[in-house]
Design a binder for this molecule. Structure first.
Ligand code: ADP
Length: 443
């Protein structure tokens, strides 16, 4: 008990005792003294409560003892809270000023994909206004089917992006990234990539045009070379080897031009124009038969594990190009008597195509770059081998597979072999009845 409280209580009790002794009613006097003391304490409490409830800063009531201490403590905490609030308010203001000034559209979404906050660039590029659009679903504000699909996919990592047309200006392109953070919140950032898009388009058009222009003279060139090779009298003995070399290089160049044209056409459109049901088992049979007939005398062993009923929606030609490239690479980079396993199966989530070889393998630093156009491990291994692959096969495969929403992943170890895995998501899968299908084929 604090000293002032002690003296106050003692004072009341003493007064009660004295008056009790004078009036011969000590019990009653002590009772009234205690009652009056309790009422004074209650009155102090009421004053304290009234002061605490006041929102504005008022002078604390003048009190003594424990109430004075309580008042001072509350006053101190109030002051500290006020300063902290002011500081946080200024941080928030600075943060909002900085994010408002960001050139990229930035929108904060809650767990229901509703807008919580947006900067000025979001108003310019996505037509999302803050604070007017707070509480609106972002997919109702940006009405773009791919955006809806992307937002609803709720990717857990921030490494998936999509490109959409700028809703405010269809001539411009935006790259959209959604990153999860905090308590089920997500931050959406849309960056203008029009320049990059144009540069890519110019590069793509340039490659397509050059390839196209090269195609006709090359066809003429190859035609003459074929005629010369077939009619020995046209080429004197001394020129035979030169003609042979020219033929090999013309063939290689022809295949390069065809591959570049294929790549350009794959890049030109994001989706397969007219998807059909593709029975991957049939593709596997065709690829296997071609791969096992290669006349290089390496006599490889093939092991096939194929689900005959599992099919995907897409373009048969594109899937053939992509999957056959993986198998032919396995054949190409495997030594004589090597084993190549081809598997086509369904796991819990996806349909999986897998090619495993026990060939030369690839060291880790090359793996992330294999799907870049013209990237070849051999160019660092032995450059002299100019007649082998072009380095475009995996790039074509990746683009063709991306058009089927499929992902290509590669694992490999030098000297131990490689595994190329393609995963088709649920949305691309369709189940067929192989018996019915075979009957249809026979019909
Ligand atoms: P290429 O026409 O040169 O085969 P790709 O794009 O198909 O071009 O492959 C790129 C590179 O990846 C190849 O040059 C090769 O070095 C490497 N590669 C691809 N598949 C395999 C494999 N199964 N084993 C070892 N290396 C491979």
């Amino acid at each position: 008990m604090q000293a002032p409280d002690f003296w106050r209580l003692s004072g009341f009790l003493l007064a009660g005792l004295v008056i009790g002794a004078l009036t011969s009613a000590t019990g009653w006097c002590l009772f009234f003294a205690t009652l009056i003391y309790a009422l004074t304490v209650q009155s102090d409490l009421n004053r304290l409560l009234a002061w605490v409830r006041q929102h504005k800063k008022n002078e604390p009531p003048e009190q003594a003892g424990v109430f004075e201490e309580l008042t001072l403590e509350i006053d101190y905490l109030r002051e500290r809270h006020k300063k902290r609030k002011k500081k946080l308010g200024s941080y928030l203001k600075q943060f909002q000023q900085a994010t408002r000034a960001l050139p990229d559209a930035t929108v904060i979404l809650d767990a229901n994909d509703e807008v919580r906050w947006a900067n000025d660039a979001a108003k310019r590029d996505l037509r999302i206004r803050w604070p007017e659009d707070v509480g609106q679903r972002v997919t109702n504000l940006v009405r773009e089917p791919r955006m809806r699909k992307y937002i609803e996919a709720k990717f857990e990592s921030g490494d998936h992006t999509i490109e959409i047309e700028n809703p405010a200006d269809p001539e411009r392109q935006l790259s959209v990234l959604v990153v999860p953070y905090g308590n089920n919140q997500r931050i959406l950032v849309a960056r203008d990539v029009t320049q990059l898009h144009r540069a890519n388009q110019i590069r793509g058009d340039f490659v397509a045009n050059v390839s196209h222009e090269l195609r006709t003279p090359l066809t003429v060139f190859r035609g003459y070379l074929e005629t010369i090779s077939n009619q020995q009298e046209l080429a004197p003995e001394a020129w035979r080897s030169a003609v042979e070399q020219m033929t090999v290089h013309a063939e290689r160049m022809g295949s390069l031009v065809e591959q570049l044209l294929l790549l350009s056409s794959l890049e030109a459109e994001v989706c397969v124009p007219q998807p059909e049901i593709v029975r991957v088992a049939d593709l596997c049979a065709e690829i296997h038969s071609r791969a096992s007939e290669l006349p290089d005398g390496k006599d490889r062993l093939f092991s096939l594990e194929i689900d005959g009923d599992l099919a995907v929606m897409g373009s048969r030609a594109e899937l053939y190009d992509a999957l056959s490239n993986l198998v032919f690479n396995a054949v190409h980079y495997t030594k004589a008597k090597g084993v190549i396993k081809i598997r086509w199966f369904r796991d819990e989530q996806d349909a999986v195509f897998e090619v495993e070889d026990d060939g030369i393998g690839i060291s880790a630093e090359h793996i992330p770059r294999l799907t870049e156009r013209f990237y070849r491990v051999e160019s660092s291994r032995h450059r002299a081998d100019s007649t082998s692959g072009s380095g475009l096969g995996l790039s074509i495969a990746k683009h063709a597979l991306a058009r089927h929403s499929a992902q290509l992943s590669i694992t490999s170890e030098p000297g131990a072999g490689s595994t190329f895995t393609v995963r088709f998501p649920e949305s691309q899968i369709c189940q067929t009845d192989s018996a019915e299908w075979n009957q249809r084929d026979a019909g």
